[in-house]
Design a protein around this ligand. Structure first.
Ligand SMILES: [Zn+2]
Length: 410
C-alpha cells in the first residue's frame, strides 16, 4: 500500500464526515418550524416557544461555523505539515520514544483544546448566557480548564506510557495487554468516578432527610432495590439545566440528582425520574453498556495491532519517519467511519433502553409524573420538539420527547 493512497483515504474520510454531519444538521433545521404534536402542545407557551425556536437556530448557526472551522483547521494542519512540525519538536527534545510520544500528543491535544477555548467561551458566556442557562463564572470556566488539562496530562501520560511500553516489550500482541489495561481502567472509573473525579468539579452531599428521601426510599424498598447512596450535586454552579444519572454497580451504585432537578420538579416527578434510572440498572443496561464498551475497545485494539507496523499509516499524516504516535493519529482517522457505525448501533440500543427504563418506571411507579417531568425538563432546556428522524437515528441517545410520551401513555 502506498502512503499517498492512505493520505487520500484520510482526506476523503475527513471531508465525507463533514458533509454527512452538515447534511444531517441541515435536514434537522428544516424541521425547526414543524407544527408541535398535539401531545406536546402544553410544553411551551407562545413566548417560550419563540425562545426555543431562537435557541435552536442560534445553536444551528454556531454549529455550522464551528464545524467549518474545525475542518479547515485539520485540513490545513494535515496539508501544511503540522504533524511533522510537532513530531520534529518532540524528536529534538529527547531520544526516548515514549517521551517523544508524550510531547507529541501533549502539544496536539492541549493545542487543539486551546484553539477551542474561544468557541466554548462563546457557547457558555454568549449563547447560554443570552438564553438564561449560564451560571458559570469566568473563574469556574478557567479552573475547570486547568483541572481538565491536569487530569488529562496525568492520566493520559500514564496510559500512553504503559501502552508504548507494552508495544516495545510484546510487539503486536501489545493490544491484548492494552485491552486489559483499558478494561480495568473503565471498570475502575465506572465504580469510582463519582467518588474521585466529580468532587474535583462539584460539591455533592447525601440527600437530606425529608419527604423526598422518604418517598425515594419507600419506592426503592417496594422494588427491592438496595439504594444506599443518593447524592445531590450542585449542577447550578454551571447551568440551570437539570439532570440525574446512575453510576457504579454492586455496593458502589449511586444515584446523583442535580440540585436544579430538585428545584424544577415535584417530589413525585423526581421519584419517577429515579424509577427510570433504577429501571436502567434492573434491566441490566449498565452492565450491557460497560461490557459492550470493553468488547468494542478490544476490537479496535485488535484492528490497530494489524496496522500499527505499516509505515504508510504514519507517513500518510505527513511525518518524515514512521512512529507509534504518528500511526495512532493516522489510525484514529482511518478508524473513525467504523466508530461512527458503532456509535449508530449504540445509539439504537440506547434508545431501546430508554423505552425499557420508561416502561419500568410506568409499571413499578406511575406514568403520569414521568410524563410531566419529561415535559418540564424539555421546557427548561428549550429542547427541540420536532427533530428530523434521520438526525434522531444518527445522534439521539434518547428517543424524541413525543415518542417517549406516546409510549408512556400507551
Ligand atoms: Zn434513561
Amino acid at each position: 500500500m502506498d502512503n499517498t493512497i492512505v493520505f487520500y483515504c484520510i482526506l476523503f474520510i475527513l471531508i465525507a464526515e463533514f458533509i454527512l454531519a452538515t447534511v444531517m444538521n441541515y435536514l434537522n433545521a428544516q424541521r425547526f418550524k414543524d407544527p408541535i404534536p398535539e401531545d406536546l402542545k402544553d410544553v411551551y407557551n407562545a413566548e417560550e416557544y419563540e425562545k426555543s425556536q431562537a435557541y435552536k437556530l442560534t445553536n444551528y448557526k454556531f454549529g455550522v461555523f464551528t464545524s467549518v472551522f474545525s475542518l479547515v483547521l485539520i485540513l490545513s494542519f494535515l496539508l501544511l505539515g503540522g504533524f511533522n512540525y510537532v513530531d520534529n519538536i518532540a524528536q529534538n527534545q529527547t531520544d526516548s520514544i515514549i517521551l517523544q510520544a508524550l510531547i507529541f500528543f501533549g502539544i496536539i491535544m492541549i493545542g487543539s483544546d486551546f484553539i477551542n477555548i474561544p468557541f466554548s467561551y462563546y457557547q457558555t458566556f454568549v449563547i447560554e448566557e443570552k438564553f438564561g442557562f449560564n451560571k458559570t463564572t469566568k473563574a469556574t470556566f478557567l479552573t475547570d480548564k486547568l483541572k481538565q488539562w491536569t487530569m488529562t496530562i496525568i492520566v493520559g501520560s500514564i496510559i500512553l506510557s504503559l501502552v508504548m511500553w507494552f508495544f516495545q516489550w510484546a510487539g503486536t500482541s501489545f493490544w491484548l495487554y492494552t485491552w486489559a489495561l483499558i478494561a480495568i481502567f473503565t471498570l475502575f472509573m465506572n465504580l469510582f468516578y463519582s467518588k474521585l473525579i466529580v468532587p474535583l468539579f462539584n460539591k455533592q452531599k447525601p440527600l437530606e432527610a425529608g419527604t423526598l428521601k422518604e418517598k425515594i426510599e419507600a419506592y426503592a424498598a417496594q422494588v427491592g432495590f438496595d439504594l444506599q447512596n443518593i447524592f445531590v450535586i450542585n449542577g447550578s454552579k454551571r447551568s440551570t439545566k437539570a439532570n440525574a444519572y446512575f453510576s457504579g454497580f454492586g455496593k458502589e451504585k449511586r444515584v446523583t440528582l442535580y440540585d436544579t432537578l430538585i428545584n424544577d420538579l415535584e417530589e413525585e416527578e423526581i421519584v419517577a425520574v429515579l424509577a427510570h434510572e433504577i429501571g436502567h440498572y434492573k434491566r441490566k443496561h449498565i452492565i450491557f453498556n460497560l461490557t459492550s464498551s470493553i468488547v468494542l475497545t478490544g476490537l479496535m485494539l485488535l484492528i490497530l495491532s494489524l496496522f500499527i507496523n505499516n509505515p504508510e499509516v504514519s507517513l500518510a499524516i505527513g511525518v518524515d519517519r514512521p512512529s507509534f504516535h504518528a500511526a495512532l493519529i493516522g489510525f484514529g482517522i482511518l478508524y473513525s467511519p467504523i466508530s461512527e457505525i458503532i456509535g449508530l448501533l449504540m445509539n439504537y440500543f440506547s434508545r431501546k433502553f430508554e423505552y425499557q427504563a420508561d416502561d419500568y418506571a410506568k409499571n413499578t411507579y406511575a406514568a403520569l409524573p414521568l410524563v410531566t417531568s419529561l415535559k418540564k425538563l424539555s421546557k427548561n432546556s428549550l429542547s427541540n420538539l420536532t427533530p428530523h428522524p434521520a438526525y434522531v437515528f444518527m445522534h439521539y441517545s434518547h428517543p424524541p420527547l413525543i415518542d417517549r410520551i406516546r409510549n408512556l401513555k400507551a
